[in-house]
Ligand binder design. Structure first.
Ligand code: SF4
Ligand code: SF4
Length: 371
């Protein structure tokens, strides 16, 4: 998703972006049910959350409205999106509108090649299968279900055989050896010989159920070492993206650990931008607006407002898009911003569990450039 067309380079509140008429990319929770119980899951452990069940008709309406109003990409999340039948109906609808449809899954509901062929026919373009470790034992322990690793590998195999584009959704954590990601890459490369498109690396945050398990998250030096190790995924032919970390922090960590410019540039290339509320929009299964897929709803349902007019008009969206809340990365007085601004936007705006604040690692403007 190239978004350079939305950057105006005008460092003036309300004029930083050319906001598209509708979100380019929507992340939609299909369900809150999951047969795994991952230790770091960001979904809440409350009765209220679990008893709040999705309605198929509502979800179908949401995808219809999105498709009808020009959204081009949709990412189905959960819970486990393939644990029920609704996903198939949603894929059919999305496909009618020509949307690019991808999902993240634990793989366990891809029972055979036939299931995957059917999903592909209905419109599933790409799937990310979640891996938490190269060790089946550790993966199962983290996922809270024996056989979870085996299911993930089998799911991957069936999707590949059905011709669905696949990637690995990797969740690095402290229960793995430092080079676990490379061991997994080698294993999958041997199994599937270049069939997997890329590795997408999660930056886990202590939210929801995961907030009670603080020891599992990589922090500071550990996260930086993971990113450094991930630059070697290209040795196995993989492209890789990692969830956003501020460029200013990467610079200072590279200095601290004497990492070469060449490796630092490779770490920069891993950095996947996050454009929530600018071009991307996460929704829960009621269609309610979230700021981050990892957080709760903070706005009304798109079914209860005039859509997509609301996308351009809602005060909350416009407050966020003004960036007046961010005095670390932008100086409106001098109309200058950090040189990385459009690639970074202040890093993860949910890393402190509050929407929206600059990243916990943000160090503030460096090498500010004129607008
Ligand atoms: S935009 Fe902000 S957080 Fe990102 S590199 Fe620049 S100063 Fe750091
Ligand atoms: S706000 Fe942070 S956690 Fe949420 S999608 Fe963006 S980078 Fe990821």
């Amino acid at each position: 998703m190239k978004l350079t067309h939305i950057f105006t380079n005008e460092i003036i509140p309300g004029r930083i972006f050319r906001i598209p008429e509708q979100p380019v990319n929507v992340m939609l929770d299909v369900t809150n049910y999951c047969n795994n119980r991952c230790r770091f899951c960001y979904n809440p452990d409350s009765k209220f959350y679990k008893n709040d069940t999705p309605k198929s008709d509502k979800l179908k309406k949401i995808v219809t409205i999105l498709g009808d109003t020009g959204t081009k990409e949709i990412l189905y999340l959960g819970g486990e999106p393939f644990s029920g039948d609704t996903i198939e109906k949603l894929l059919e609808i999305g496909s009618k509108f020509g949307m690019f449809q991808r999902a993240v899954s634990n793989g366990s509901f891809f029972k055979d090649v036939g299931t995957c062929l059917r999903l592909k026919k209905k419109g599933l373009d790409e799937v990310g299968i979640s891996f938490h470790s190269s060790s089946s034992h550790t993966h199962d322990e983290i996922a809270g279900r024996e056989g979870a690793f085996k299911d993930a590998v089998a799911g991957l195999e069936y999707c590949i055989k059905a011709g669905i584009s696949t990637f690995v959704q990797y969740s690095p954590n402290t229960l793995n050896m430092a080079n676990d990601i490379l061991i997994l890459a080698e294993f999958l490369d041997k199994q599937f010989q270049g069939e997997i498109s890329f590795f997408d690396i999660n930056r886990l945050l202590p939210l929801g159920m995961g907030s009670t398990d603080n020891n599992i998250f990589l922090e500071g030096d550990q996260w930086f070492h993971l990113l450094t190790t991930a630059t070697r995924l290209d040795e196995f032919g993989y492209k890789a993206h990692a969830e956003l970390t501020p460029f200013c922090w990467l610079d200072s960590m590279a200095k601290k650990h004497s990492v070469s410019r060449k490796i630092l540039e490779k770490i920069y290339r891993l950095n996947r931008g996050c454009f929530m509320w600018v071009a991307q929009l996460p929704l829960d299964f009621h269609g309610r607006i979230k700021f981050c897929p990892a957080g709760p709803a903070v706005g009304p349902s798109i079914l209860d407002v005039k859509w997509p007019a609301f996308w351009k008009e809602w005060e909350e969206f416009n407050d966020y898009r003004s960036f007046l809340w961010n005095n670390k990365c932008i100086d409106f007085n001098s109309q200058t911003a950090c040189q990385y601004f459009y690639r970074c936007l202040g890093g993860c705006k949910y890393s402190k569990g509050i929407h929206y604040e600059t990243d916990q690692y943000s160090q503030g403007i460096r090498l500010a450039v004129g607008a």
